[in-house]
Structures are given as structure tokens and as C-alpha cells.
Design a protein around this ligand. Structure first.
Ligand code: WTA
Length: 659
């Protein structure tokens, strides 16, 4: 029987712009498809005029005289301009008389008897960020030093990021769900001497031992000089004298004045590590001017944000991922629309937490992931039905293709059939949205992310870079530079070129398969590399394999994605045990291995299925036949050509062991 949630129900209905949205949004960003087409053409044909005009709305110390310089794969945007991202997020709002408006609405996870809510105005931010920036300086952080941040979703996380931006110290935020080993690799690669963390973080009523994880990581990181610790859970932690400092002690002692560093447009703003198909996670580099302009402008346009119209925007992502960087922090603050930041789990204390928050804060814009929507569906319609969601004007999704059932459920149960849904396709590397509907403008079809954003010359091509006719699947590429694009992989020029630019000369290859339909709409079909998208989070299959083979019982492992009701893609691991291992290949070993992966990487990498096999199917040249394993994991009968299989019996054995 097909699964009611993940099976691909065909849904050909076209949803025209919503009258309710048009009447209530305040001012429409892009009014109709003719305007979209005209603006899109200009953005591609004359990026200098298009982006030059948008970038002029920001504060620059020294105005730029060139907009874009392109020598594939290297782009420079606004190269001779100087600016500061923190100044544009915070100081500018204060200076223009909006200092007392709410910038961040933060809600902690514990909520008995009352929810713990903090509202920070732009003026509060200016003070706290300045003090934090001074604290960083006082412990030796200088312009250009990369600061690692490993925290829960507390206001101090945003403050820490902005403080880094203020003094020109790029940050590297590590998702708080990662294990100590993941911290080691990233801190090492970034050569950070300072880590900012919390004593602990709240997650589903329990405390995640953040400081303890940093301590464990630091056993392998003698180069770390200081750890700044925010007190959040008040759980006991070890503070090593001379190295570890309490945030509340050192920050409070600082001056509230800290000038913003005048940064070059192409100075590094942050690194964010993401999974690739091979090797260790790569530090994606985003620079100052282009990223600032692109994230703020995409946020303003895709979400149709209007300052001063009581818009309240809630993105449920964690700031440890790019979605949180771009669309909780950097894209939001320059638009002067309050951004909601939530600390904890969607089902704590109950499955209606997000809906209670939407009602409490009168959220107008709600942005989440398909995996979350599928969980909401499973939890039941009664949860949203209990709350007043009438403030909502717009819904968004990100992270993976949305299945039409989830789209329709979201539309009806959350959006009361009157809120547009923007299915935003983008990547850590792209900085901001690249393919997305514009609300009130683009007709939507469930499951399609529709049309390219301004400046994005997206196409579906074959291996030679030739554009394919409608409905033929191929590679998603971008043929021209855009302001938010990655500028490199930290410390690895070869990998940067190899990963994105070597397959087709002069084109950015996104790593996704996709097709365009007759109306030009894009349909993303999924990753074409060994990256799997688990609950909207990117994982390299190699990372999980390395974690598995680091267990003494395992000699070889192959990891593939498999369909999963809630996660979209789950993790299937095929494991060959070491001859020296004499124990039983049973559920207890499966649990041990799953625990081991959690300990090595984090809970997001925990396999959903582990299958033991004496041998893995390989080609004659020794490559593991992953497509075959994917079919087996999905329970499909493989019709694929297996003539290159080294040992046919392996396949038969794997089939036999099907549970
Ligand atoms: C996938 C997340 C279909 C895609 C912002 C991409 C999507 C990867 C969508 C990037 C979408 C993201 N429709 N697929 N709307 N959004 N993806 O770097 O495979 O964590 O390459 O960035 O997620 O994941 P990342």
C-alpha cells in the first residue's frame, strides 16, 4: 500500500495570487507577471543597473563604483565599496529613528507557567552587540580572525554573530546538534582561537550539554585560547581558569560604544560548513556586500516584507544552518520587520507549540520545512485548529522538494486556503533564494519552486551544458554570477573548482537534478551526488560511512538514502562486519552502531536502517553500486543493469536478507 503522506499524488491545480494576501500585505513587491518578466530580463541582461540600484539603498562608507566583476568562477560584487553588515542590520535602524522598534522576538523553550519571551529592540541590539564586540576584542579577537559559535537558539547567538560582523571577525556557526568530533574538524579547519558557547541548551525539556561538548572537542584542540560561555540552563559546567570566561561577567563590564569596522565588500563575513559528497564538510565562504544585499533583497521580495505594517516573521529553522543565517538574521534585520527566534522543539510541551506562538505573536509570515509539515500532518489537524492563525498572510517552505499532499495540507490547515505558499529553492552555497514564486504575483503549482529569482540565470542542461527541452531531467546550473553566491571553500581552492565548476565550463553546477515544465517552472528532483537530504538537512553519505567504519566491529559500510515518511529521506546503512568481530549481528549491535554514529556526528546522522552483509556490491573497478543499494533500501525491484557487478551473489544475498 502506498503511503498517504509521501506518495506522489498528482496535483495539477494552479493557485493564482490570493486576494486576501493582496488586500492585506500593505504594498506589493512585484505586482504581476509582466513586471516579473521585465525585471528578470533586466537583472540578467544588465546586472549593473539592476543590482546597483538595489545596493544603493544600503549604507556604504565608500560607495562602490563597479557592481560586478566576473572571471569564472570568481565573482566580485561592489568590490571597491566599503560597508559593515552589522551597521546595516542595527545602527542604521537606530539612526533613522526606529531604535525602539522590536527587532527580535525570542521565545525560550520552557514555558511553564508562562512562556519566556524577550523582545529586543534595535537599540537593545546596538548596546548588547557593541558590548559583546568589545568583549571579543578584549580577549584578543582581531579583524579577520574566525570565531566559532556553538550555541543553542538564544538571543546571544544572534548578538554574537552581529558582534563578529561589527569588528570584521568572520564567524563560523556550528549547529548545536553536532557532536564533539564535528566541532573538532570545523574549529581546526577555521583555525579559530575563540569559541562562544552556552552552558547548555533546552531541547524537548532536557538539557543539551553544549559546554561539555566543547570541552570534549577542545581535548583535541590545544590551539583554542578562550571559550566564552553564556549561562542559559544553569547546569554545572567546568570552567578552566584562564581559558573559560562567563559571558555575563565579561560582556557586562564593557563599554556600550563600539564603532563598526569599515569592511571591504569582498571581505569574508562568515564560513558555514556543509556536507559534500566526499571528504570532510566544507567551509562555504560568504563575503560582505553581495551577501548582505542579496539576502535582504530576496527576503524583502520573496516574503514581501513591508516595514511599519505590523509584519511579524517567524522562521522555524535553526541558525546553525544557512536558512537561519540568511532568513532569521541577515536578511531580516535590514528590512525592519521583527524576526521571531524560537529556542526549542516544535512539540514541546505539546504538538501545537508553533501555532500557539503564531497566535501569541500575531505572526504574519511563517517559514518552515516540508519535513516539519509532514510531522504536523501526522500529529493531526486538531493542533492548528485550536489556535487563531488569522494573522497569517504568507507561508514558505525550504529544504527539500515539497510533496503535493504536504503543500495542500499546509495551504488548507495553516493558511486557511488564502495564504500564498512560497516554495523557496536554494542552498548554503547560493546565500539566498534562487528559484521561488513571488507572492501575490507568481501562480503556484504544488511541488514546483516555479521561476528563478532576479539575477539567477538558472537552466537545466545536459552533461555538455546544452539546455534541455521541457520536461527532460538534467542538471540544474546557474550561468551567471549573483551577489549572494559563495566565493569559495575555505582553504581549498581545488575542491571549490572541482565541486561546482569543473563539470561544465563556466557554469555553477548546483548538485541537483531537475526539469522545467512547459511554462518554464522548475521541478527539483533531488541530489545527483552522494549528498542526502535528511529532514531538510544535508549529509554526506561518506561522513556517515566514516563514522560507521570507525567502530571496531565494522570493516566496510555503504550509506544511501531511502524514502522516509517524515524525514523525506532516511539513512540506510549496509555494513560489513570485521572478521575479528565475534559477537552477534543482531538488533543490539544495530543499536550500538546507531549510537556510535550519533556520538561521532550527531543525532541527525543516526541511521534509520542497518543491514549486515558479507560483501557490498561493487563494479569491476571497485566502486560500490549505490544505485543498487538505494533500490534495495527502498524495497524496489531493481531493473538496473548489473553486468558490471563483481559478484552477482552479493545482490542475491542482500535481497534475501530483506526484512
Ligand atoms: C535541497 C538549504 C527542492 C536541494 C537552504 C539543495 C530544495 C539542498 C529546496 C540545499 C526546495 C532546498 N525544493 N529542494 N525548495 N530547498 N532544497 O545547503 O537539494 O542545506 O541542493 O540549503 O536542499 O541544502 P542546504
Amino acid at each position: 500500500m502506498s503511503d498517504p503522506i509521501t506518495s506522489m499524488l498528482r496535483e495539477d491545480r494552479v493557485f493564482e495570487p490570493s486576494a486576501h494576501f493582496l488586500e492585506n500585505i500593505g504594498a506589493i513587491a512585484v505586482t504581476d507577471m509582466a513586471s516579473y518578466t521585465r525585471m528578470y530580463r533586466q537583472s540578467i541582461d544588465d546586472p549593473t543597473t539592476f543590482w546597483g540600484a538595489i545596493a544603493k539603498d544600503f549604507h556604504w562608507y565608500r560607495p562602490f563604483s563597479t557592481v560586478v566583476q566576473w572571471n569564472a568562477p570568481d565573482a566580485k560584487w561592489f568590490a571597491d565599496g566599503t560597508t559593515n553588515v552589522c551597521a546595516n542590520c542595527v545602527d542604521r535602524q537606530v539612526q533613522s529613528g526606529h531604535g525602539d522598534e522590536v527587532a527580535i522576538i525570542w521565545e525560550g523553550e520552557p514555558c511553564a507557567p508562562e512562556p519566556d519571551v524577550r523582545r529586543l529592540t534595535y537599540r537593545d541590539l546596538q548596546r548588547d552587540v557593541s558590548q559583546t564586540a568589545n568583549a571579543l576584542k578584549s580577549i584578543g579577537v582581531r579583524r579577520g580572525d574566525i570565531v566559532t559559535i556553538y550555541m543553542g537558539m538564544v538571543p546571544e547567538l544572534t548578538i554574537a554573530m552581529l558582534a563578529c560582523a561589527r569588528i570584521g571577525a568572520p564567524h563560523s556557526v556550528i549547529f548545536g546538534g553536532f557532536a564533539p568530533n564535528a566541532i573538532v574538524d570545523r574549529v581546526h579547519d577555521a583555525k579559530s582561537k575563540v569559541i562562544i558557547t552556552c552552558d547548555g541548551g533546552w531541547r524537548r525539556g532536557s538539557v543539551v550539554p553544549l559546554k561539555k561538548n566543547v570541552d570534549d572537542a577542545c581535548e583535541k584542540l590545544p590551539e583554542v585560547e578562550h571559550i566564552l560561555v553564556v549561562q542559559r540552563t544553569n547546569t554545572p559546567v567546568t570552567m578552566r581558569a584562564g581559558r573559560d570566561l562567563w559571558w555575563h561577567e565579561i560582556v557586562a563590564a564593557q563599554s556600550t560604544e563600539c564603532p563598526c569596522e569599515e569592511m571591504n565588500s569582498e571581505d569574508l563575513l562568515f564560513l558555514l560548513y556543509t556536507s559534500g559528497s566526499t571528504g570532510k564538510p566544507k567551509g562555504i565562504c560568504h563575503t560582505t556586500g553581495g551577501y548582505m544585499v542579496y539576502t535582504a533583497y530576496t527576503a524583502k521580495t520573496t516574503f514581501n516584507l513591508v516595514a511599519g505594517r505590523n509584519h511579524v516573521y517567524f522562521c522555524t529553522a535553526d541558525i546553525g544552518w544557512i536558512t537561519g543565517h540568511s532568513y532569521i538574521v541577515y536578511g531580516m534585520l535590514p528590512n525592519r520587520v521583527p524576526t521571531v527566534m524560537y529556542e526549542g522543539a516544535p512539540n514541546f510541551p505539546a504538538e501545537d507549540r508553533f501555532w500557539a506562538m503564531v497566535a501569541r505573536h500575531k505572526v504574519t509570515h511563517f517559514y518552515t520545512a516540508p519535513t516539519a509539515i509532514r510531522a504536523f500532518m501526522k500529529w493531526g489537524d486538531q493542533h492548528p485548529a485550536k489556535h487563531d492563525l488569522s494573522s497569517l498572510l504568507l507561508l514558505g517552505t525550504v529544504g527539500e522538494p515539497i510533496n503535493p499532499q504536504a503543500w495542500i495540507w499546509y495551504h488548507q490547515n495553516i493558511g486557511a486556503a488564502r495564504c500564498p505558499i512560497v516554495d523557496t529553492m536554494w542552498q548554503t552555497e547560493t546565500g539566498g533564494h534562487i528559484i521561488t514564486p513571488l507572492p501575490g504575483c507568481t501562480p503556484t503549482v504544488p511541488g514546483s519552486c516555479t521561476l528563478p529569482f532576479f539575477g539567477i540565470d538558472a537552466a537545466i542542461v545536459d552533461d555538455k551544458g546544452e539546455e534541455l527541452p521541457p520536461n527532460q531531467g538534467g542538471l540544474l546550473v546557474i550561468r551567471k554570477p549573483w551577489p549572494g553566491m559563495l566565493r569559495g571553500i575555505h582553504g581549498d581552492r581545488d575542491r571549490f573548482i572541482e565541486t561546482y565548476w569543473s563539470r561544465i565550463a563556466g557554469m555553477y553546477v548546483a548538485g541537483d537534478g531537475a526539469r522545467r515544465d512547459e511554462r518554464g517552472y522548475f521541478w527539483i528532483m533531488g541530489r545527483i551526488d552522494d549528498v542526502i537530504n535528511v529532514s531538510g538537512h544535508r549529509l554526506g553519505t561518506m561522513e556517515v560511512e566514516s563514522a560507521l567504519v570507525s567502530h571496531p566491529a565494522v570493516v566496510e559500510a555503504a550509506v544511501v538514502g531511502m524514502p522516509h515518511e517524515i524525514k523525506g529521506t532516511g539513512i540506510a546503512a549496509f555494513v560489513t562486519l570485521a572478521p575479528s568481530f565475534t559477537g552477534a549481528a543482531d538488533d543490539s549491535l544495530r543499536r550500538q552502531l546507531a549510537e556510535h554514529v550519533t556520538k561521532e556526528i550527531g543525532a541527525i546522522a543516526r541511521p534509520d536502517m542497518i543491514r549486515f552483509t558479507a560483501l557490498l556490491p561493487k563494479t569491476r573497478s571497485g566502486k560500490i553500486m549505490r544505485r543498487l543499494l538505494r533500490d534495495i533500501a527502498a524495497g524496489r525491484d531493481s531493473t538496473q543493469d548489473t553486468t558490471t557487478l563483481e559478484d552477482f551473489t552479493v545482490l542475491a544475498k542482500l535481497r534475501e536478507s530483506d526484512e
